[in-house]
Ligand binder design. Structure first.
Ligand code: PFF
Length: 448
C-alpha cells in the first residue's frame, strides 16, 4: 500500500510538452552559465576546460538528468515522496530530504546574486554605473552595504509570485516568456562582443584547446560544474519530472535540456571571452569578473550603458528562471507533507528564505564587519556546503536509487533497449564513481 503523502501531480498539475522543456532549460540555464562558467573556464585553461565540460555534460550529466526526471515521473511527487513510494522504504524518503534542503539553502544565497544582477541592470541603464571608473570600489561599496538585502528580497518576491500561480500558469508561462527574451538578448550581445576590436584572441582562447592544460583537477571541477549547470542533485529535476505527462519522451527531453544548456554556455563564452580580451581583462580572475571587469568594458564601448544594461537583464532573466525551479522543490515538499495549500507554503518558505538569506547578503562585502567564519564568509560557506557537499551527495543518491534500488526504472524511462542499456550502465557504474571522486576532491579529501 502506498503510505507516502498524497501525490502532488495527481492533483492535476501538469506541464505541457513544450512547457516542460522551457521550464527545465530555464532551471538549467542560470547564473552558473553566466557567472561561474566564465571564470572557472578562464582559470582552468579556456578551450581545454570547455571540452572537458562538454564531455562531462554528455557522459555523466545527461544520464543523471534522465534518472532524476524518470524518478520524478515514476514517483509523482517531491524527492521525499518519490523515493519512499518507489522504493517502498521510508529510509529512502529521509535520504531524499537532503535534496529538499539543498535547493532551499542554495536559493538563500543564489537569490543574493540574482538581486545584484537586477541592481546592476538598473545602475547600467541609468548610467550611474559609469559615472566614474572605480568599478571595484563601486561593487565593494554596494555589497558592503545593506542594499543587497532589499534586492535579494525583490528576487525572492518575484520568484514567489511565479510559484504562487502554480505549474502551468506560473512556472511554465514565466519560462515561455523569459526564455525567448533571453535568446534575443544573448544573440544581440554575442554580435556586439564578436565585432569588438581584438575579439579574435578571446574566441581562440575559448575554442582552441591546449591539452596540456587538462589536469585531473580541472576534470573534476568540470564535472562538478556540469552537475550544477544541469540543476542536478538538488531535487529540481525530480520535482519537475513529477509534472511531466506520461506520453512525453524523457529521453528526447533530456537531450533537449542538455543541448540547450550547452548552447547557452557556448554563447555566454562568446560574449565574455571576446569582451574580456578586447579590453585586456583576465578572464580567470574570479567572481568579480562580471560585476567589476565587464562594466569597465561596457563603459569603453559605444552605447555601453545600453549593452551593459541588456547584459545584466540577461543575467537577471537567467537567474530568475532558475530561482523558480529552486523554490518549487521545498514548496512541493511542504504541500505534500503537511497538506498546506500552495499559497501558505510559498509565503512561509519565502519568509524563511529571506531570513536565512540576510547573513549571505551582508556577509560578502562585510556590512556588519564581516560575517567571517574561519577562512570563508557566510555566503562562501553556504556555496561551499551546497555546491561541494550536498550537490554531489544528492547526485550520488540519485544514481544509487535509479541504478540499484528502484526496480522499474526501465518501464518509466521508455528508452529503446539499446539506449536503456547505455543509460543504466552509466547510472549504475560510471556516474557514482566519478561523483564520489568529485565529492572527495571538493571537500579537500583528495588532493592533486
Ligand atoms: N543550473 C543553475 C545554474 O547553472 O545557474 C543553478 C541551479 C538552478 C541549480 C536550479 C539547481 C537548481 F535546482
Amino acid at each position: 500500500k502506498d503510505t507516502a503523502a498524497p501525490s502532488l501531480a495527481d492533483g492535476g498539475e501538469r506541464f505541457s510538452k513544450s512547457g516542460f522543456i522551457f521550464a527545465a532549460i530555464g532551471s538549467a540555464v542560470g547564473l552558473g552559465n553566466m557567472w561561474k562558467f566564465p571564470y572557472i573556464t578562464g582559470k582552468y585553461g579556456g578551450a581545454a576546460f570547455f571540452l572537458m565540460f562538454i564531455i562531462c555534460l554528455l557522459a555523466v550529466g545527461l544520464p543523471v538528468l534522465m534518472a532524476e526526471l524518470t524518478i520524478g515521473r515514476g514517483g509523482r511527487g517531491s524527492v521525499v515522496a518519490s523515493f519512499s513510494r518507489l522504493s517502498k522504504q521510508k529510509g529512502w524518503g529521509w535520504l531524499g530530504f537532503l535534496m529538499i534542503l539543498a535547493p532551499f539553502l542554495i536559493l538563500s544565497f543564489y537569490s543574493v546574486v540574482a538581486g545584484w544582477t537586477m541592481y546592476y541592470a538598473v545602475q547600467s541603464f541609468t548610467g550611474n554605473l559609469f559615472s566614474d571608473s572605480d568599478y571595484s570600489g563601486k561593487f565593494g561599496a554596494f555589497i558592503g552595504s545593506w542594499q543587497p538585502v532589499w534586492w535579494q528580497l525583490l528576487a525572492l518576491v518575484l520568484t514567489a509570485v511565479v510559484i504562487l500561480k502554480g505549474v502551468s500558469a506560473g512556472i511554465e508561462k514565466f519560462n515561455k516568456i523569459l526564455i525567448p527574451g533571453l535568446v534575443i538578448l544573448l544573440i544581440t550581445l554575442v554580435i556586439r562582443a564578436l565585432t569588438l576590436d581584438g575579439a579574435g584572441d578571446g574566441v581562440s582562447f575559448f575554442l582552441n584547446p591546449d591539452f596540456s592544460k587538462l589536469t585531473p583537477e580541472s576534470a573534476l571541477v568540470a564535472l562538478g560544474h556540469a552537475f550544477f549547470s544541469l540543476s542536478l542533485g538538488m531535487g529540481t529535476m525530480v520535482t519537475y519530472g513529477a509534472y511531466v505527462d506520461k506520453r512525453q519522451s524523457l529521453g528526447a527531453g533530456t537531450l533537449a535540456i542538455g543541448l540547450g544548456d550547452l548552447l547557452y554556455a557556448f554563447l555566454a563564452g562568446l560574449i565574455i571571452f571576446p569582451t574580456s580580451f578586447a579590453f585586456d581583462i583576465a578572464p580567470g580572475q574570479g567572481p568579480g569578473l562580471v560585476f567589476v571587469a565587464l562594466p569597465a568594458a561596457f563603459a569603453a564601448m559605444p552605447f555601453g550603458s545600453l549593452f551593459g544594461g541588456l547584459f545584466f537583464v540577461l543575467l537577471a532573466f537567467a537567474a530568475l528562471t532558475s530561482t523558480v525551479g529552486l523554490l518549487e522543490v521545498p514548496v512541493a515538499f511542504v504541500r505534500e507533507r503537511f497538506g498546506w495549500g500552495r499559497g501558505l507554503s510559498v509565503i512561509v518558505i519565502t519568509l524563511l528564505l529571506f531570513l536565512i538569506g540576510i547573513p549571505s547578503a551582508i556577509s560578502v562585502g562585510g556590512a556588519v564587519g564581516g560575517l567571517q567564519f574561519g577562512d570563508k564568509s557566510f555566503f562562501d560557506w553556504m556555496d561551499f556546503i551546497c555546491s561541494n557537499i550536498l550537490l554531489p551527495l544528492g547526485g550520488l543518491l540519485i544514481t544509487i536509487f535509479a541504478g540499484h534500488v528502484w526496480k522499474n526504472a526501465e518501464d518509466e524511462a521508455g528508452l529503446s533497449s539499446r539506449w536503456y542499456r547505455i543509460w543504466i550502465f552509466m547510472v549504475k557504474y560510471v556516474a557514482p564513481i566519478l561523483v564520489v571522486l568529485v565529492l572527495l576532491h571538493s571537500t579537500g579529501a583528495l588532493d592533486f
